[in-house]
Design a protein around this ligand. Structure first.
Ligand code: F6P
Length: 349
């Protein structure tokens, strides 16, 4: 019997279009992002040979030092998406304001947001990094979208995805009909469907959190992690393993593969920053991907994707992964025994 023919990303998207689930513009948009990610994968893969390691000598809007690959990946995504006619505007974690499509090019009805190279502190040590993206509809009648037009809740996303540049390059995608993974066939230059309708196990065996922040955590997070670490001898009655790559794509990808919970909570380290991760470029797209795989995504006190954004670069507390475990984290946040002042307040802006 002949083995089934591999399904390329192109074929998958055409089938989605033929079934009426996406339109031609969204299909084209996803193809263009995937093509840009292939270029980024090539640059990441060259490492020192490509002269792309190290700092760019510049800072982004968040005041973080940019890596050369942050700048290059941003340029690749911008250049690839500007002229295709499927977008009205773009917003990047690396740019202060939204970037409307210049009038010289045809315009479409979608808005694209991206974190061009997530986890970039890992580049120089050759650990997995990734690109995260999110697609929204441009509000009707808007031809020059500004920052305000991007401030839509995560529930409004029509597509989200990430590419992980690891031992292999994978594109993980949702258009709201499940979460699917495509592996880059480097010889053929195409993404091939390798995991269809991913399901995250409902119960977690592993947790991911940067424990070097422990002294800054609010009491509810202190109590939750203490109970995990207590293992079989503690109130949870079983052992949990801990993993932290410090690259959100890698940590989320592990959870999509074998379950677990990821936390980057708000803490008291710097009260002007309610969490580390960006709502629009990291939290919302990952929340959509995780929910579409049967998982859950929360601020600790409510669903992440219900937040109404107030800033393009807004930071939020993030708890996501196996559904049952996210519910446990929310219970610790609600429990008055763990200091209501610290944990039960709404996610600050
Ligand atoms: O915001 C970028 C990011 O690198 C994420 O990819 C990752 O989860 C997190 O920051 C790592 O944070 P820390 O440096 O505190 O480990």
């Amino acid at each position: 019997m002949t083995p089934p023919r591999p399904i390329s990303l192109t074929r998958f998207l055409i089938q989605e279009q033929q079934a009426g689930h996406i339109n031609a513009d969204l299909r084209l948009l996803i193809e263009v992002v995937a093509r840009a990610c292939k270029s980024i994968a090539t640059a990441v893969g060259k490492g020192a040979l490509g002269g792309v390691l190290g700092d760019a000598g510049t800072g982004n809007i968040q005041g973080e030092a940019q890596k050369k690959l942050d700048v290059l990946s941003n340029e690749i995504l911008l250049e690839a998406n500007e002229w295709g006619g499927h977008l009205a505007g773009l917003a990047s974690e690396e740019m202060e304001h939204a970037h409307p499509i210049p009038n010289a090019y045809p315009k479409g009805n979608y808005l694209l947001l991206f974190d061009p190279l997530d986890g970039s502190s890992n580049i120089d040590v050759n650990v997995a990094v990734g690109t995260i993206f999110s697609v929204l509809r441009c509000p009707d009648g808007v031809t020059e979208p500004g920052d305000a037009h991007f401030l839509q809740p995560g529930r409004a996303q029509v597509c989200a995805g990430y590419t992980i540049y690891g031992p292999s390059t994978l594109l993980v995608l949702t258009v709201g009909r499940g979460t699917h993974a495509f592996t880059l066939d480097r010889e053929q230059g195409s993404f091939i469907l390798t995991r269809e309708s991913i399901r995250i196990p409902e119960a977690a065996q592993e947790f991911a959190i940067n424990t070097s922040n422990q002294r800054h955590w609010h009491p509810c997070v202190q109590a939750y992690v203490a109970d995990l670490v207590a293992g079989a001898a503690g109130p949870r009655g079983r052992d949990f393993n801990m993993r932290w790559v410090a690259s959100m794509v890698a940590d989320v990808h592990r959870i999509l593969t074998r379950g677990g919970v990821f936390l980057y909570p708000a803490d008291r380290k710097d009260l002007s920053k309610p969490g580390r991760l960006r709502l629009m470029y990291e939290a919302n797209p990952m929340a959509f991907i995780v929910e579409q795989a049967g998982g859950a995504a929360s601020t600790g006190i409510g669903p992440l994707m219900d937040l109404v954004p107030i800033g393009l670069h807004q930071r939020v507390p993030v708890v996501l992964g196996s559904r049952d475990e996210v519910a446990v984290v929310e219970r610790y946040h609600r429990d008055p025994a763990h200091s209501p002042a610290g944990c039960a307040s709404p996610a600050p802006a």
